[in-house]
Design a protein. Sequence first.
Length: 517
Amino acid sequence: MTTTAQAAGHSVSPNLLRRLATAVGLLAGLRAHDLRAAGTFMASMYPSGSRVSRWWRFLGWALGQIFGTIPEALPTVTFDGAVQRTSIWLAEVNPFAGHPWRAQPDAALPEQVEVAVVGAGFTGAACAYHWAKLGKGGMVVLEMNDPASGASGHCEGLVVMGRYFALILRTVRAHLDHARPDLSPAQRDRLASQFATAYVHSAYKNAAMIEQTIASEGYDCGYVRTGWIQAQDADDQAALAESVRLGQAAGFEDWTSIQPDEALRLGGIRLDYPAGFSKGAAHFQPARWVWCLLGTALQQPTVSLFTHTRVLCVEDAGESYQVHTSRGTLHARYVINGTESFTGRLHPQYRGLIAPVQTQGAFAQGGPLVMQPDIGLSCKRGWFGRVPHAGGVILGSDATRLPDEQAGSNRPSRFITKFMIGEIRRYFGPSSMQVTHEWSSTSGFTADEYPVVGLLDGKRQYVIGGMCGSGTGVSFNAARHVVQQILGLDGPDDYPAQYFAPSRLLDPQQHPWPVLG
């Protein structure tokens, strides 16, 4: 039997039918966040021009993805029937899950402590570690789920040297137009450069501290320092060269560029143009890092951890804070908020100080064999890497602002996952993959994409946050800084209030801005 098309001397290409079927599936699967994320992608890809022209250009790109790039990549990719909604880093047994309730069902919160830490991710675990080494009073770490269950356990797994100098310079400079209208453009340029210098200095030290701690404590968290390759297209080359020049002129040698043959040798990634390269970046298992820090801290009687204990509010009671939780109230002399994207939910008066931004990731068994393990790899709109102990690759993208109420949401976009599969094919060639894990989480972003480390209320309540997905570039050293501040210990001031205090965002007119150099 022949079809009408065949009878007419025509046949429909199976490849075309497959492309059409894939495109229909992609369009039918679009959800509200996909449309919200489209605005994020458009803004990063086409920052200039009228809104209509930008959407028109973005639409052309999106149709190319839907009918071309993604269908070409998917024939060798499968998805588990029940893809797990958690990260590959949390596939291991969490040694502190349900702590202390599993072993001590009748445990109770203390009535009074010296310090209460809210959150048991990178920041909270680092505070506990430093307190165990330096503190004398009691510290309680309160976590609403399990340690590392938030953004810390759902990230890329990079120990970054920080958002490189030129990037910080650019984001801070844009914000200063609104925060410091009293300055001339040239003065804002100088002030932004000073901010970038302060950040990168602290980030360099942070990375060195992490490496030294892992070595001295003997932590088994898969730490390997091999760098981070960031692919750049033809139209990015001038900006790449300028970013390297600016960093080197300021005395920072980490951020540089490498040729395509070097990128192929180091990461297995095929490029046509030079790439950005962070020489000091490292790779590790982020959840294990959190668990290792807590394991050391909890060996000391001065530190305790309570999971599945949601902090409902923190009330100033004069000489102490009343920390109201789902398991009762405790009094603390000091409070450290390691809450990142949840800060606005816990402290409504500070909504917008640290805003939740959704990122997402996925893990697939298999993947391109040429992709080298344990090195940071990224392109303009996403990242990927090989995870040797799990036998596959990790991939992710997105950076879309969410309402404060949606902090911590885990609603990944299947469209974005498939888009990143297409990017892997672009840079590494076709390969077989089976997607087993897919997740989203929220990082904390400030308006100038510069962290806040310091007093939240001008008294004894601290915040460490706004790390813009670069928590491993800030949290460990910042926790050391805050612990030393609480204890009144002398030490390096890597987070001076002129730069890092939340007042620069909350009340720019009263903020003690640094003197222009």
